[in-house]
Design a binder for this molecule. Structure first.
Ligand code: SAH
Length: 351
């Protein structure tokens, strides 16, 4: 059958609505597919460009420091590691993004969470020392609502959908938000495991876990021991001093402008996993401020931002640490610089 006859046959066999959708020629279909692929990867490319810009800025600063050091007779403060390109090596630890909070977010927050997933994927992919695996866990049992305090229930934007508890992430609102942004592309992200059997509660292995039916769970072998897990949360007193190989770090997959304070800490306690916060300590922040002042990149000042960061900012800071082993460096690279204000501009000083 020639192309025109093929088109006629397909139109006549497509039922009463056949006229509504024009049948595309091979060429037009090809063009459309190409366009769709381009659109689907657009956000991912943007994220990569954003990181590249950051890296360029940093490289420029390093180069300036190097030439200043040369001019002053080689007595500068540039360390060799900053100039020499490092070979890419994997940091042998997993990062779980706990995507079990979708019922607590409105559509806008979900969409922004989807964007953050994209940024963090891109950050890990382009890092000098990426985490060995990113795992996106799904909705869990019990429902995320059970981790809220009584007054926080009033802040839940949508009526909880009980059937989403334990749901496969692909069918969840997170999955839908991701599909809306990236079509199917995110499902094929390299180095990412989409845990399809439910939430963090199912992914972790330990005596306190609910009944886990290993026979029905293909990923049972991949379960992670509770003792090897650290849930990151700004609401704990324990400060992260370093990242350890063999440990799995969990980040709460939620955008909430902190209206559910201590939500993830409560969940971690319920699961009996350790918790830790990033070392946004006065000493480290002072060191970052001095670093910024020296680079002339921003006004000297105090960090006025909140200590509860977005999911992708946390990942970028962790990757900064895996690359340099130095929190000042990691924070310098990834804390939002617009949050540094001169003392007289500061409105919201940190405790
Ligand atoms: N109210 C939420 C805040 C979500 S912020 C909560 O209860 O955690 C998104 C996630 O980023 C947090 O769940 C946490 O895993 C991580 N995070 C944000 N700021 C952090 C910090 N200062 N230290 C450690 N983890 C942090």
């Amino acid at each position: 059958m020639d192309e025109a006859a093929e088109r006629r046959a397909s139109a006549s066999s497509s039922g009463p609505h056949a006229g509504a959708e024009p049948v595309l020629s091979k060429n037009a279909a090809k063009k459309l597919a190409k366009r769709q692929k381009y659109e689907a990867t657009k956000l991912e490319r943007r994220a990569a460009e954003r990181l590249k810009k950051k890296a360029n800025k940093r490289a420029k600063w390093t180069a300036q420091q190097a030439s200043a050091a040369l001019e002053s007779g080689g007595k500068g403060s540039v360390r060799k590691t900053e100039v020499a390109p490092q070979p890419k090596a994997i940091f042998d630890a997993k990062l779980v993004i706990d995507c079990g909070f979708e019922d607590l977010m409105n559509d806008k927050e979900l969409s922004s969470f989807g964007q953050q997933l994209m940024y963090l994927y891109s950050a890990n992919r382009h890092a000098q020392r990426p985490f060995s695996e990113l795992i996106f866990s799904g909705g869990g049992e019990p429902s995320c609502l059970s981790y809220l305090s009584e007054d926080q229930h009033e802040a839940v934007p949508i009526k909880a959908q009980t059937e989403s508890a334990g749901a496969n992430i692909h069918e969840s609102r997170v999955g839908q938000a991701m599909n809306g942004k990236l079509r199917g592309v995110w499902k094929r992200w390299k180095g990412v495991t989409i845990y399809e059997h439910g939430g963090l509660e199912r992914l972790l292995r330990g005596d306190a876990m609910p009944q886990q039916n290993a026979d029905n769970d293909k990923q049972a072998a991949g379960r992670i021991d509770l003792k090897d897990v650290v849930y990151l949360t700004a609401d704990t007193d324990d400060v992260l001093t370093c990242l350890e190989a063999g440990t799995t770090y969990v980040i709460g997959g939620i955008v909430d402008k902190n209206r559910y304070k201590a939500l993830c800490k409560t969940k971690a306690e319920h699961l009996r996993v350790r918790t830790a916060k990033l070392p946004l300590t006065p000493d480290n922040l002072d060191a970052v401020e001095q670093r910024l002042a020296a680079s002339g990149e921003t006004a000297t000042g105090t960090y006025t931002g909140r200590k509860v960061l977005t999911v992708n900012q946390v990942v970028e800071i962790l990757l900064g640490w895996t690359e340099t082993g130095d929190w000042t460096e990691a924070l310098y690279k990834s804390l939002p610089q617009r949050k540094y204000k001169k003392a007289d501009q500061s409105t919201e000083l940190l405790p």
